[in-house]
Write a protein that binds this ligand. Structure first.
Ligand code: F6R
Length: 262
């Protein structure tokens, strides 16, 4: 896994957007999108580059990582609405090609299988963006998730409900269940890009990058992926034992391997 340590959250967003641009400038690509606070600055940077005429999304499609169970797609806090608000309504992607798990399905297991099938039919995900929970979750694969799980219903950890209450007003309003891509599903994306900013994510990042691969930290599956990039700010990197080496390796990267700057 490659770890890129940036001075601050803005630099994380710019570096992530540079990496996104290498996919978006292809004729066609399939993006995996995350919601939550972390990717918002990256999405703003992508919108800026779209408005400047540098990027077009019109031949691309996207799949979301997860969706709340019991929230209609049009609910203000559904992840479908959230991604529209934060990104997709501001760019030229075809809205019919922005997919999310069906959180309103009466048969969540079936909805999970259908979602995995849709990803497969689309040819798989080229670049999957990930945020990380303070407990090490990716998507909503909470600690204890099977490392080979598929898209399915999960119960949110009380800590995640607490963390997400800021979007809903109170913890009681946060749905307890979600449909989330499984760790096995996420691992099938050809390139994983994990972003984290702020001190609150420092322990989760240390466990992900330098801890054992274990269900107690679901994001640690990135260690098993052939192409994973972790972009963090100084605060989120503050508990990494090998931070100096990651910086050295990044600074000395062969030119052909460098993220093409937009
Ligand atoms: C959201 C998602 C979650 C978030 C994680 C971090 O689609 O899958 O895993 O990425 O909870 O959220 P923020 O970025 O709000 O700290």
């Amino acid at each position: 896994m490659e770890v890129i340590i940036c001075p601050d959250a803005e630099a994380v967003a710019r570096t992530a957007a540079d990496l996104f641009a290498t996919y978006i400038t292809r004729d066609t690509c399939t993006l995996g999108l995350a919601t939550g606070s972390t990717p918002v600055a990256t999405y703003k940077e992508l919108i800026r580059r779209y408005e400047a005429g540098e990027l077009s999304f019109k031949n691309h499609q996207a799949f979301l990582l997860d969706e709340y169970v019991g929230l209609d797609r049009d609910h203000e806090q559904s992840y479908y609405r959230t991604i529209r608000r934060e990104l997709t309504s501001h760019i030229d992607i075809d809205d019919n090609r922005v997919h999310s798990p069906n959180g309103m399905s009466e048969n969540p297991s079936e909805a999970g299988r259908a979602y995995d099938d849709a990803i497969k039919e689309a040819g798989g995900i080229d670049l999957q963006l990930l945020g990380i929970g303070t407990d090490g979750h990716i998507g909503f694969n909470e600690p204890g998730s099977s490392l080979v799980s598929r898209t399915r219903l999960k119960t949110l950890h009380p800590q995640t409900i607490k963390d997400n209450a800021r979007f809903f007003g109170s913890p009681e309003d946060v749905p307890i269940h979600v449909l989330t891509q499984g760790l096995g599903t996420i691992s099938e994306a050809r390139h994983l890009l994990l972003l984290a900013t702020g001190e609150g994510k420092a322990q989760a990042i240390a466990d992900t990058v330098e801890g054992p691969v274990a269900a107690v930290c679901p994001a640690s599956i990135l260690q098993l992926h052939p192409h994973a990039t972790v972009i963090v700010d100084e605060a989120a990197a503050s508990k990494l034992k090998l931070a100096r080496y990651y910086r050295y390796a990044y600074d000395n990267k062969p030119e052909w391997q460098q993220i093409q700057k937009a």
